[in-house]
Ligand binder design. Structure first.
Ligand SMILES: *Cc1c(COP(=O)(O)O)cnc(C)c1O
Length: 492
């Protein structure tokens, strides 16, 4: 008789020893939070911009991973030795470059919880709370921003957290193509139709990237001129472009409306754009990545007038609204176009809840399948600040920017390039482009503050965007003092 006994295939628990014990995790977790709190406390004394040359950080790291385990303390210690000197400190109170990428204590704890739970929320069934908390939080935020009813999850539309506004814009374009093609794009691609996408010369570069990724090619994006003083889209020029394109047999599919452009915070007129494109059924996508969150304040909703007519809207709580990257909130008026473009149901994801049609499966709302529980950090922010606290944060940024604009206006050497937009001030040295850029570089090199630049109507300008959760008037004044010194250095 053959031997019927089962061979001993038990696996030793050896591998478990490699993990931190729960007690060790607790200890290291406390130490890590302490490290973050100490890091924040140290920021004021650190130069804002990284002070390293290419390769400096790499040079401090061994060429290979360690063969034997090291304690986590060793990783923490290397944060100070290797990482911190190679950082530009985005949470620094005098970080005024680009737009803020705000974090906040509440958001970080929320993010940590999300990591600790480690759930995949790709479909409702894989963790119902991940989907339903996200739906409710996005409904809350839509209401807080005064967005149209149609964007709520209990209507035909709904909201979803995307990683970035770039992905949201790409998703909007796919939805627009789905609707305009009656589903043909989903089945057989963009085909021979000569699709056209519109945005102003100031539209974010993610629009062109979206056209490239969607297979339309960058030439499919027609850029529309802006008004020289406001930098907002010239809506008459948009109308002319549409008429010309339709005449030439092209198919207009989407218009990108910048509600707060990246360069100067320019506000396209949402209502006027929507009115112009209406007769061709063009999808209206409002890109309010930076400025949209300001609408928590009723007095800062003016730039969204007409948003009821938009098909989709994106704003980034991860910029100005205290929610650790990544958290880009995206709403659509009619989710059928979105899920029509992106839904796909492989056998292994079939489940009763999906088939019942009673639940939302977020994997159909964006390019990727897997998704983390990002809603929890936004939930933490909305609850612990309250809308009141968020309004106070936005208002302080706007007030500090107004202060900078006053300082610029009061000094003959400097001039405003555009009217300040919310918490963004764009200005230059009257002396010229070279002097302006040299002054900015001097401030950035000093580490005293960090600013970025743009060009407006062909001339160099400095951008100062307020918005960090730790910025006070004293910080803005220090940045201004550094600019004054730099201007004097330019013979101003
Ligand atoms: C910052 C910004 C973007 C891109 O944001 P990501 O989330 O980094 O993709 C798009 N549009 C505007 C107007 C922006 O200011």
């Amino acid at each position: 008789m053959p031997d019927q006994s089962v061979p001993d295939q038990s696996v030793p628990d050896e591998s478990l020893r490699a993990h931190m014990s729960p007690e060790e995790f607790r200890r290291q977790g406390h130490a890590t939070i302490d490290w973050i709190a100490d890091y924040w406390a140290s920021l004021d004394g650190l130069p804002v911009r990284a002070q390293v040359a290419p390769g400096d950080v790499r040079g401090l790291l061994p060429p290979s991973a360690p063969e034997s385990p090291e304690p986590f303390d060793a990783v923490l210690a290397d944060l100070d030795r290797v990482v911190v000197p190679g950082l530009t400190h985005w949470q620094h109170p005098r970080f005024f470059a680009y737009f803020p990428a705000n974090s906040s204590p509440a958001a970080i704890l929320g993010d940590l919880v999300s990591s600790g739970i480690g759930a995949q929320g790709m479909i409702w069934a894989t963790s119902p709370a991940v989907t339903e908390v996200e739906q409710v939080v996005l409904d809350w935020l839509a209401e807080a921003l005064g967005l149209p009813e149609a964007y709520r999850s209990d209507g035909p539309g709904g909201g979803v957290i995307q990683d970035t506004a770039s992905t949201a814009t790409f998703t909007a374009l796919l939805s627009a193509l789905h609707r305009a093609s009656g589903g043909a794009v989903r089945r057989s691609g963009v085909g021979g139709t000569r699709w056209r996408v519109y945005g102003s010369t100031q539209a974010h570069s993610s629009l062109v990237k979206a056209a490239m990724m969607a297979g339309l090619g960058e030439d499919a994006v027609r850029t529309i001129d802006v008004d020289a003083s406001t930098q907002a889209m010239d809506v008459d020029a948009l109308r002319d472009a549409l008429l010309e394109d339709v005449e030439a047999g092209l198919r207009p599919v989407m218009v990108h409306v910048a509600a707060g452009s990246t360069s100067t915070g320019a506000m396209d007129d949402v209502a006027a754009v929507a009115e112009v494109v209406r007769e061709w059924g063009v999808w209206v996508h409002v890109d309010a990545a930076w400025a949209g969150v300001a609408a928590v304040c009723p007095e800062h909703r003016g730039h969204l007038a007409g948003v009821e007519a938009a098909d989709s809207f994106v704003t980034n709580p991860h910029k100005w609204l205290l929610t650790t990257f990544d958290c880009s909130t995206f709403w659509v008026r009619d989710r059928a176009a979105l899920t029509g473009a992106l839904s796909i149901l492989p056998e292994y994801l079939r489940n009763a809840a999906t088939e019942s049609g009673e639940v939302v499966d977020y994997r159909d709302w964006h390019p990727q399948l897997g998704r983390r529980f990002r809603a929890v950090k936004l939930w933490a922010v909305l609850r612990t600040y309250g809308l009141e606290g968020l309004r106070a944060h936005v208002r302080s940024g706007v007030a500090l920017a107004a202060r900078v604009a006053d300082l610029v206006s009061a000094d003959d050497r400097w001039e405003l390039v555009t009217e300040p937009s919310l918490s963004l001030v764009v200005f230059r040295l009257r002396a010229g482009d070279e002097e302006t850029m040299a002054a900015m570089e001097a401030v950035n090199a000093s580490g005293e503050a960090y600013l970025s630049h743009t060009t407006v109507e062909g001339r160099a300008a400095i951008r100062l965007a307020v918005g960090s959760w730790r910025t006070t008037q004293a910080d803005v004044d220090r940045a201004w003092a550094a600019l004054q010194d730099a201007a004097a250095g330019q013979g101003g």
